[in-house]
Design a protein around this ligand. Structure first.
Ligand code: 5AD
Ligand code: SF4
Length: 460
């Protein structure tokens, strides 16, 4: 079979990163190998996101830039997948004349067939069919991961929560969970290939298996914890309303489950939480955080905040700020609210001005910076266990020209997901041990704004 190249441009969340890996896996049987060089690609795929208006704009500007490539190379096939494709469907063919394939969030497994049809008949195809449930044939074993050490595994798709600002239920469909046996065998395969850490993905992993009555999330975690050769388990995202006591116990009881939870709060104001249809109050959220910390005192908690939801006044915003101080998050992602197609909040009248949103965003970012610094500083002098993901970026910069004289620098993460850069031992013989994939004890020497700096701890 003739080798052809596919270039995939991934926008958005970790789930899209996983979906792009799935596209690579499905296309491999048709002779496509991934390339980083867009100019040599026979097939270009934009895997898109529509969670916020900006992500959608990014997709269309990428597609726009492909017009000249298509004019120069008419045999080039251009496909758009993911959430924008699902949302816009046929409209994309009218808006972007050089697009050949529009495939939605449930159509990844049918992609090779669509590509074959376009190659043979030069037709244009739209497939945005969505189904209830999830079929084993929609997934293949992952053949490439973003890092050799750490991989994503989707355990469920879709969402039934209908938060009023959110487009996800409209573009990813109804919630559906993969079977535990399928997930376990996918992880076993990844571990056999050298992966040490998996991040389980879903819009709301806490409700895994609920609809199907297959197993629940803590049970699934216990099964994954038993996989030999796996070092760490992470998951994202959790909905605070579904954070159960058995899951909190899992943090205490499962040795491989990292002490980190991403628990999006979105707002600290009860009025806004109600308007968002989040189904919990500020005090319920704070109680859950306190309870989590009793089960797992070292747990790192990160969150998402939306500023400028329709109707958010100064008092609501202050409630968010006071919640941020009350929790003292380890990290925050902060977003300015944007209207999304079909999301209920789009129809709410009291829109907040862009300038106010921008100002609130800045305020929250600087407020959080102080918390992140404080948490980083608290680690100085402590020994932490780091799972090494590879050479540090600083190493590549530092080694320009004089690399041989400098000790190698490595990058990894703590259990609590904090990035640590550290100098490896320079044995002086030119033979340096590759630490990628191993766990190393590191003494933290310096706290930086976004990372920590340390040295390998002497062996006890
Ligand atoms: N506007 C701004 N932020 C949004 N998010 C989801 N929808 C919107 C929107 N319409 C944010 C939420 C969510 C994260 C993934 O993206 O904070 O948790
Ligand atoms: Fe969107 Fe809410 Fe579902 Fe998360 S839980 S994907 S924010 S609707």
């Amino acid at each position: 079979m003739q080798s052809k190249h596919v270039f995939i441009y991934t926008i958005g969340c970790q789930m899209n990163v996983y979906d792009s890996q799935q596209m690579t896996a499905f296309l491999a049987s048709d002779g496509y190998t991934p390339t980083e060089d867009i100019d040599t690609a026979d097939l270009i795929i934009a895997n898109t996101c529509t969670i916020r208006a900006k992500a959608e704009q990014k997709a269309f500007s990428f597609l726009g830039r492909l017009a000249t490539a298509k004019a120069r190379r008419p045999g080039l096939i251009i496909a758009i997948g993911g959430c924008v494709a699902q949302q816009e469907g046929e409209r994309i063919l009218r808006r972007v004349p050089h697009v050949d394939i529009v495939f939605g969030t449930h159509a990844v497994s049918r992609l090779p067939d669509m590509v074959r049809q376009v190659a043979q008949r030069r037709c244009r195809i739209v497939d945005t069919t969505q189904v209830e449930g999830i079929d084993a044939h929609e997934f293949l074993p992952t053949i490439a991961t973003p890092s050799p050490v750490s991989a994503f595994v989707t355990i469920m798709r879709g969402c039934d929560n209908y938060c009023t600002y959110c487009v996800v239920p409209h573009v990813r469909g109804r919630e559906a969970s993969r079977s535990a046996s399928e997930i376990i065998s996918e992880i076993e395969g990844l571990v056999a290939g050298g992966v040490r850490e998996v991040t389980l993905l879903g819009q709301n992993v806490n409700s895994y298996g609920e609809k199907e009555g297959i197993s629940d999330f803590p049970e699934l975690l216990a099964q994954i914890n038993a996989i030999d050769g796996l070092t760490r388990i992470r998951f994202t995202t959790s909905h605070p309303k579904d954070l159960s006591e058995p899951l909190m116990c899992a943090f205490r009881d499962l040795s491989k489950l990292c002490d980190h939870i991403h628990l999006p709060v979105q707002s600290g104001s009860d009025t806004i939480l109600k308007g968002m249809n989040r189904q919990y109050t500020r005090s319920v959220y704070l109680d859950r955080v306190a309870q989590l910390r009793t089960y797992c005192p070292t747990i790192a908690i990160t969150s998402d905040i939306i500023v400028g939801f329709p109707g958010e006044d100064e008092a609501d915003f202050q409630a968010t700020q006071s919640l941020i101080d009350a929790v003292g998050f380890d990290g925050l992602f902060v977003f300015m609210y944007s209207d999304r197609p079909n999301a209920a909040a789009t129809r709410l009248p009291e829109k907040v001005a862009e300038t106010v949103k921008r100002d609130r965003l800045q305020q929250v970012l600087s407020q959080q910076e102080a918390h992140t610094r404080r948490r980083h500083r608290a680690l100085v002098g402590q020994t932490v266990t780091v799972l090494v993901e590879g050479r540090s970026k600083q190493d590549h910069a530092a080694s320009g020209g004089v690399g041989a004289r400098l000790p190698v620098q490595w990058m990894g993460r703590t259990d609590g997901n904090k990035i640590v850069n550290f100098a490896g031992v320079d044995e002086g013989s030119g033979e340096r041990r590759n630490l990628t994939g191993s766990t190393v004890d590191v003494i933290i020497k310096k706290a930086l704004a976004h990372s920590l700096w340390g040295e390998i701890a002497p062996r006890r």
